[in-house]
Design a protein around this ligand. Structure first.
Ligand code: DAH
Length: 339
Protein backbone atom coordinates (compact mmCIF):
# COMPACT_ATOMS: atom_id res chain seq x y z
CA UNK A 1 0.00 0.00 0.00
CA UNK A 2 2.87 2.31 0.71
CA UNK A 3 4.15 1.81 -2.81
CA UNK A 4 0.68 2.45 -4.21
CA UNK A 5 0.43 5.71 -2.27
CA UNK A 6 3.82 6.82 -3.47
CA UNK A 7 3.02 6.05 -7.07
CA UNK A 8 -0.24 8.01 -6.73
CA UNK A 9 1.71 10.95 -5.39
CA UNK A 10 4.17 10.85 -8.26
CA UNK A 11 1.51 10.34 -10.91
CA UNK A 12 -0.54 13.26 -9.53
CA UNK A 13 2.54 15.47 -9.43
CA UNK A 14 3.42 14.67 -13.07
CA UNK A 15 -0.09 15.26 -14.32
CA UNK A 16 -0.58 18.49 -12.38
CA UNK A 17 2.61 19.92 -13.78
CA UNK A 18 1.18 19.74 -17.30
CA UNK A 19 -2.23 21.15 -16.45
CA UNK A 20 -3.04 24.51 -18.08
CA UNK A 21 -6.76 25.07 -17.59
CA UNK A 22 -9.32 24.85 -14.82
CA UNK A 23 -11.14 22.01 -16.58
CA UNK A 24 -7.96 19.94 -16.77
CA UNK A 25 -7.25 20.71 -13.14
CA UNK A 26 -10.72 19.55 -12.12
CA UNK A 27 -10.27 16.34 -14.11
CA UNK A 28 -7.06 15.56 -12.23
CA UNK A 29 -8.73 16.32 -8.91
CA UNK A 30 -11.55 13.91 -9.69
CA UNK A 31 -9.09 11.26 -10.88
CA UNK A 32 -7.31 11.19 -7.52
CA UNK A 33 -9.53 12.80 -4.88
CA UNK A 34 -13.02 12.33 -6.32
CA UNK A 35 -15.57 9.91 -4.84
CA UNK A 36 -14.20 7.14 -7.02
CA UNK A 37 -10.71 8.63 -7.17
CA UNK A 38 -7.59 6.53 -6.82
CA UNK A 39 -6.69 7.87 -3.37
CA UNK A 40 -10.24 7.58 -2.11
CA UNK A 41 -10.36 3.94 -3.15
CA UNK A 42 -7.17 3.24 -1.23
CA UNK A 43 -8.46 4.95 1.89
CA UNK A 44 -11.46 2.65 1.72
CA UNK A 45 -9.18 -0.35 1.90
CA UNK A 46 -7.68 0.79 5.24
CA UNK A 47 -10.09 -1.47 7.10
CA UNK A 48 -8.46 -4.56 5.73
CA UNK A 49 -5.01 -3.63 7.04
CA UNK A 50 -3.37 -5.01 10.10
CA UNK A 51 -4.31 -2.77 13.09
CA UNK A 52 -0.67 -1.84 13.61
CA UNK A 53 -0.26 -0.77 10.03
CA UNK A 54 -3.37 1.42 9.92
CA UNK A 55 -2.12 4.60 11.67
CA UNK A 56 1.07 4.63 9.61
CA UNK A 57 -0.71 4.13 6.32
CA UNK A 58 -3.44 6.53 7.44
CA UNK A 59 -1.03 9.35 8.02
CA UNK A 60 0.86 8.61 4.81
CA UNK A 61 -2.42 8.68 2.86
CA UNK A 62 -3.30 12.03 4.48
CA UNK A 63 0.10 13.39 3.58
CA UNK A 64 -0.39 12.39 -0.02
CA UNK A 65 -3.86 13.97 -0.07
CA UNK A 66 -2.57 17.22 1.44
CA UNK A 67 0.32 17.19 -0.98
CA UNK A 68 -2.02 16.83 -3.97
CA UNK A 69 -4.44 19.43 -2.59
CA UNK A 70 -1.62 21.91 -2.10
CA UNK A 71 -0.46 21.54 -5.69
CA UNK A 72 -4.04 21.93 -6.94
CA UNK A 73 -4.45 25.11 -4.93
CA UNK A 74 -1.22 26.56 -6.22
CA UNK A 75 -2.11 25.62 -9.78
CA UNK A 76 -5.59 27.18 -9.42
CA UNK A 77 -4.04 30.47 -8.43
CA UNK A 78 -1.60 30.35 -11.32
CA UNK A 79 -4.31 29.57 -13.85
CA UNK A 80 -6.62 32.28 -12.52
CA UNK A 81 -3.86 34.82 -12.66
CA UNK A 82 -2.98 34.00 -16.23
CA UNK A 83 -6.65 34.00 -17.26
CA UNK A 84 -7.09 37.42 -15.70
CA UNK A 85 -4.05 38.69 -17.49
CA UNK A 86 -5.17 37.50 -20.90
CA UNK A 87 -8.63 38.91 -20.32
CA UNK A 88 -7.21 42.31 -19.48
CA UNK A 89 -5.02 42.15 -22.56
CA UNK A 90 -8.00 41.31 -24.76
CA UNK A 91 -10.13 44.08 -23.27
CA UNK A 92 -7.60 46.85 -23.51
CA UNK A 93 -9.06 49.96 -25.18
CA UNK A 94 -6.68 51.89 -27.34
CA UNK A 95 -7.82 55.45 -26.78
CA UNK A 96 -5.52 56.69 -29.52
CA UNK A 97 -7.37 54.84 -32.33
CA UNK A 98 -9.20 57.44 -34.48
CA UNK A 99 -13.01 57.40 -34.03
CA UNK A 100 -15.47 56.05 -36.60
CA UNK A 101 -17.28 58.88 -38.34
CA UNK A 102 -21.03 58.23 -38.53
CA UNK A 103 -22.51 60.31 -41.34
CA UNK A 104 -25.27 62.53 -39.94
CA UNK A 105 -28.23 63.46 -42.09
CA UNK A 106 -29.95 66.83 -41.93
CA UNK A 107 -33.07 68.55 -43.12
CA UNK A 108 -33.88 69.00 -46.79
CA UNK A 109 -33.82 72.66 -47.93
CA UNK A 110 -37.59 72.53 -48.46
CA UNK A 111 -38.04 71.32 -44.88
CA UNK A 112 -35.72 74.02 -43.55
CA UNK A 113 -37.77 76.75 -45.23
CA UNK A 114 -41.10 75.13 -44.34
CA UNK A 115 -40.06 74.98 -40.68
CA UNK A 116 -39.18 78.64 -40.89
CA UNK A 117 -42.58 79.51 -42.37
CA UNK A 118 -44.35 77.49 -39.68
CA UNK A 119 -42.32 79.19 -36.99
CA UNK A 120 -43.27 82.64 -38.31
CA UNK A 121 -47.00 81.87 -38.44
CA UNK A 122 -47.16 79.87 -35.22
CA UNK A 123 -45.61 82.91 -33.56
CA UNK A 124 -48.53 85.01 -34.84
CA UNK A 125 -51.14 82.67 -33.38
CA UNK A 126 -51.82 80.47 -36.41
CA UNK A 127 -52.41 76.72 -36.07
CA UNK A 128 -51.31 74.05 -38.54
CA UNK A 129 -54.08 72.29 -40.47
CA UNK A 130 -53.87 69.40 -42.93
CA UNK A 131 -56.04 67.82 -45.57
CA UNK A 132 -55.88 64.80 -47.89
CA UNK A 133 -53.75 64.75 -51.04
CA UNK A 134 -56.36 62.60 -52.77
CA UNK A 135 -59.27 65.01 -52.80
CA UNK A 136 -62.84 65.30 -54.01
CA UNK A 137 -63.49 67.52 -57.00
CA UNK A 138 -65.96 69.27 -54.69
CA UNK A 139 -63.31 70.52 -52.22
CA UNK A 140 -60.58 71.17 -54.78
CA UNK A 141 -62.82 73.11 -57.20
CA UNK A 142 -66.56 73.31 -56.64
CA UNK A 143 -66.62 74.62 -53.07
CA UNK A 144 -63.85 77.08 -53.94
CA UNK A 145 -66.08 78.73 -56.49
CA UNK A 146 -64.21 77.28 -59.45
CA UNK A 147 -66.94 76.54 -61.99
CA UNK A 148 -67.13 73.41 -64.12
CA UNK A 149 -65.80 75.12 -67.25
CA UNK A 150 -62.79 76.70 -65.53
CA UNK A 151 -59.51 76.03 -67.37
CA UNK A 152 -57.87 74.75 -64.15
CA UNK A 153 -60.16 71.75 -64.38
CA UNK A 154 -58.68 70.69 -67.66
CA UNK A 155 -57.11 67.22 -67.57
CA UNK A 156 -53.97 68.89 -68.86
CA UNK A 157 -53.55 70.47 -65.43
CA UNK A 158 -55.20 68.01 -63.08
CA UNK A 159 -54.54 64.35 -62.33
CA UNK A 160 -58.00 62.84 -62.13
CA UNK A 161 -58.54 59.53 -60.35
CA UNK A 162 -62.24 59.29 -61.19
CA UNK A 163 -64.66 61.90 -62.51
CA UNK A 164 -65.04 63.41 -59.07
CA UNK A 165 -61.82 62.39 -57.32
CA UNK A 166 -58.35 63.81 -58.03
CA UNK A 167 -54.91 64.63 -56.70
CA UNK A 168 -55.37 68.08 -55.19
CA UNK A 169 -53.92 70.81 -57.38
CA UNK A 170 -53.70 73.30 -54.52
CA UNK A 171 -53.89 73.42 -50.71
CA UNK A 172 -56.95 75.70 -50.89
CA UNK A 173 -59.42 72.77 -50.33
CA UNK A 174 -58.13 72.66 -46.75
CA UNK A 175 -59.86 76.05 -46.29
CA UNK A 176 -63.27 74.43 -46.81
CA UNK A 177 -62.46 71.40 -44.67
CA UNK A 178 -61.33 73.63 -41.79
CA UNK A 179 -64.37 75.91 -42.02
CA UNK A 180 -66.70 72.89 -42.07
CA UNK A 181 -65.29 71.69 -38.77
CA UNK A 182 -64.70 74.89 -36.85
CA UNK A 183 -66.24 78.20 -36.01
CA UNK A 184 -64.46 81.57 -36.23
CA UNK A 185 -62.06 82.82 -35.13
CA UNK A 186 -60.06 80.67 -37.55
CA UNK A 187 -56.36 81.22 -38.04
CA UNK A 188 -54.55 78.39 -39.83
CA UNK A 189 -51.81 77.60 -42.27
CA UNK A 190 -52.01 74.36 -44.23
CA UNK A 191 -48.74 73.17 -45.76
CA UNK A 192 -48.72 70.16 -48.05
CA UNK A 193 -48.05 68.44 -51.35
CA UNK A 194 -49.99 69.35 -54.45
CA UNK A 195 -49.97 67.83 -57.92
CA UNK A 196 -50.28 69.12 -61.44
CA UNK A 197 -49.95 67.40 -64.74
CA UNK A 198 -46.90 69.42 -65.77
CA UNK A 199 -43.77 68.28 -67.57
CA UNK A 200 -40.64 68.55 -65.44
CA UNK A 201 -38.34 71.47 -66.14
CA UNK A 202 -36.40 74.09 -64.16
CA UNK A 203 -39.56 75.78 -62.90
CA UNK A 204 -42.19 72.98 -63.08
CA UNK A 205 -42.71 69.70 -61.31
CA UNK A 206 -45.78 67.44 -61.23
CA UNK A 207 -45.38 67.39 -57.45
CA UNK A 208 -44.69 70.51 -55.44
CA UNK A 209 -45.69 72.12 -52.16
CA UNK A 210 -47.95 74.95 -51.12
CA UNK A 211 -48.69 76.64 -47.87
CA UNK A 212 -52.25 77.85 -47.56
CA UNK A 213 -53.28 80.49 -45.06
CA UNK A 214 -56.80 81.26 -43.82
CA UNK A 215 -58.08 83.75 -41.27
CA UNK A 216 -61.81 84.16 -40.61
CA UNK A 217 -63.25 86.40 -37.91
CA UNK A 218 -65.51 89.39 -37.40
CA UNK A 219 -64.21 92.53 -39.07
CA UNK A 220 -61.21 91.06 -40.86
CA UNK A 221 -59.98 93.40 -43.60
CA UNK A 222 -57.48 93.59 -46.43
CA UNK A 223 -55.38 95.76 -44.09
CA UNK A 224 -54.99 92.76 -41.75
CA UNK A 225 -53.95 90.63 -44.70
CA UNK A 226 -51.35 93.16 -45.74
CA UNK A 227 -49.96 93.44 -42.21
CA UNK A 228 -49.57 89.69 -41.83
CA UNK A 229 -47.98 89.31 -45.25
CA UNK A 230 -45.57 92.16 -44.55
CA UNK A 231 -44.50 90.44 -41.32
CA UNK A 232 -44.05 87.21 -43.18
CA UNK A 233 -41.97 88.76 -45.97
CA UNK A 234 -39.69 90.63 -43.59
CA UNK A 235 -39.13 87.66 -41.30
CA UNK A 236 -38.43 85.52 -44.35
CA UNK A 237 -36.24 87.82 -46.41
CA UNK A 238 -35.01 90.50 -44.03
CA UNK A 239 -36.26 93.67 -42.33
CA UNK A 240 -35.64 95.89 -45.35
CA UNK A 241 -37.93 93.85 -47.57
CA UNK A 242 -40.78 95.82 -49.15
CA UNK A 243 -44.00 94.26 -50.41
CA UNK A 244 -46.37 95.23 -53.18
CA UNK A 245 -49.87 93.90 -53.78
CA UNK A 246 -50.99 93.76 -57.41
CA UNK A 247 -54.62 93.20 -58.40
CA UNK A 248 -55.22 89.69 -59.69
CA UNK A 249 -58.02 87.18 -60.07
CA UNK A 250 -58.72 84.02 -58.10
CA UNK A 251 -62.21 82.52 -58.10
CA UNK A 252 -62.17 81.94 -54.31
CA UNK A 253 -61.16 85.48 -53.26
CA UNK A 254 -62.67 88.88 -53.95
CA UNK A 255 -60.79 91.14 -54.23
CA UNK A 256 -57.70 89.11 -55.13
CA UNK A 257 -54.07 90.06 -55.41
CA UNK A 258 -50.59 88.76 -56.00
CA UNK A 259 -47.81 89.82 -53.69
CA UNK A 260 -44.32 90.75 -54.82
CA UNK A 261 -41.36 91.28 -52.51
CA UNK A 262 -38.52 93.65 -53.30
CA UNK A 263 -35.63 91.63 -54.70
CA UNK A 264 -33.45 90.56 -51.80
CA UNK A 265 -30.45 90.16 -54.12
CA UNK A 266 -30.35 93.68 -55.60
CA UNK A 267 -32.67 95.47 -53.16
CA UNK A 268 -34.91 96.54 -56.04
CA UNK A 269 -32.32 97.96 -58.45
CA UNK A 270 -32.72 95.09 -60.92
CA UNK A 271 -30.61 91.93 -61.39
CA UNK A 272 -30.80 88.53 -63.10
CA UNK A 273 -32.59 87.08 -60.04
CA UNK A 274 -35.58 89.42 -60.43
CA UNK A 275 -35.20 89.60 -64.22
CA UNK A 276 -34.37 93.29 -63.82
CA UNK A 277 -37.77 94.06 -62.38
CA UNK A 278 -36.66 94.72 -58.81
CA UNK A 279 -39.65 92.68 -57.60
CA UNK A 280 -40.29 88.97 -57.19
CA UNK A 281 -43.76 87.45 -57.06
CA UNK A 282 -44.14 85.02 -54.16
CA UNK A 283 -47.81 84.42 -53.44
CA UNK A 284 -51.48 84.85 -54.23
CA UNK A 285 -53.99 86.18 -51.72
CA UNK A 286 -57.28 87.95 -51.22
CA UNK A 287 -60.43 88.36 -49.18
CA UNK A 288 -62.33 85.06 -48.97
CA UNK A 289 -65.23 85.12 -51.44
CA UNK A 290 -68.63 85.20 -49.63
CA UNK A 291 -69.69 82.07 -51.54
CA UNK A 292 -66.65 80.23 -50.24
CA UNK A 293 -67.45 81.23 -46.65
CA UNK A 294 -71.00 79.99 -47.22
CA UNK A 295 -69.72 76.71 -48.64
CA UNK A 296 -67.70 76.33 -45.44
CA UNK A 297 -70.83 76.86 -43.34
CA UNK A 298 -69.91 80.39 -42.26
CA UNK A 299 -72.26 83.36 -42.52
CA UNK A 300 -70.62 86.01 -44.77
CA UNK A 301 -72.91 88.71 -43.34
CA UNK A 302 -71.28 88.28 -39.93
CA UNK A 303 -67.80 87.14 -40.74
CA UNK A 304 -65.09 88.01 -43.23
CA UNK A 305 -61.72 86.48 -43.90
CA UNK A 306 -58.57 86.53 -45.94
CA UNK A 307 -56.59 83.73 -47.52
CA UNK A 308 -53.24 83.30 -49.19
CA UNK A 309 -51.32 80.57 -50.96
CA UNK A 310 -47.53 80.36 -51.17
CA UNK A 311 -45.38 77.99 -53.24
CA UNK A 312 -42.75 76.43 -51.00
CA UNK A 313 -40.40 75.63 -53.89
CA UNK A 314 -40.45 79.24 -55.07
CA UNK A 315 -39.75 80.53 -51.55
CA UNK A 316 -36.82 78.16 -51.24
CA UNK A 317 -35.40 78.84 -54.70
CA UNK A 318 -35.26 82.55 -53.90
CA UNK A 319 -34.07 82.10 -50.36
CA UNK A 320 -31.00 80.16 -51.48
CA UNK A 321 -30.58 81.57 -55.01
CA UNK A 322 -31.16 78.16 -56.60
CA UNK A 323 -32.00 78.27 -60.29
CA UNK A 324 -33.43 74.81 -60.93
CA UNK A 325 -36.33 73.21 -59.06
CA UNK A 326 -35.32 69.72 -60.19
CA UNK A 327 -32.46 69.85 -57.69
CA UNK A 328 -34.97 69.54 -54.85
CA UNK A 329 -36.14 66.15 -56.02
CA UNK A 330 -33.01 64.50 -57.38
CA UNK A 331 -31.54 63.54 -53.99
CA UNK A 332 -28.03 64.46 -55.03
CA UNK A 333 -25.98 64.74 -51.84
CA UNK A 334 -23.58 67.19 -53.47
CA UNK A 335 -26.53 69.58 -53.63
CA UNK A 336 -28.33 68.66 -50.43
CA UNK A 337 -25.34 68.88 -48.11
CA UNK A 338 -24.90 72.57 -48.94
CA UNK A 339 -27.76 73.63 -46.66
N1 DAH B 1 -54.52 78.17 -54.74
C1 DAH B 1 -53.83 79.18 -55.52
C2 DAH B 1 -52.96 78.53 -56.55
O1 DAH B 1 -52.71 77.35 -56.48
C3 DAH B 1 -53.01 80.05 -54.61
C4 DAH B 1 -53.86 80.95 -53.80
C5 DAH B 1 -54.18 82.23 -54.26
C6 DAH B 1 -54.37 80.54 -52.60
C7 DAH B 1 -54.96 83.06 -53.54
C8 DAH B 1 -55.18 81.39 -51.85
C9 DAH B 1 -55.47 82.66 -52.34
O2 DAH B 1 -55.70 81.03 -50.69
O3 DAH B 1 -56.24 83.46 -51.62
O4 DAH B 1 -52.52 79.18 -57.45
Amino acid sequence: MKLQLESIRNAAKDLLEKVSSKQELEAVRIKFLGKKGELTLILRQMGSLHPEERPKMGSLANEVREYIEAIIEKKTEEIEASERESRIKAETIDVTVPGILHPLGHRHPLSIVLDEVKEIFLGMGFKIATGPEIEWDYYNFEALNIPKNHPARDTQDTFYITDNMLLRTQTSPVQIRVMEHSQPPIRIIAPGRVYRSDAIDATHSPLFHQIEGLVVDKGVTMGDLKGILMQFAQRMYGDNTKIRLRPHHFPFTEPSCEMDVSCFRCGGAGCPMCKNEGWIEILGAGMVHPKVLENGGINPDIYSGYAFGVGLERLTLFKYSIDDMRLFFENDLKFLTQF
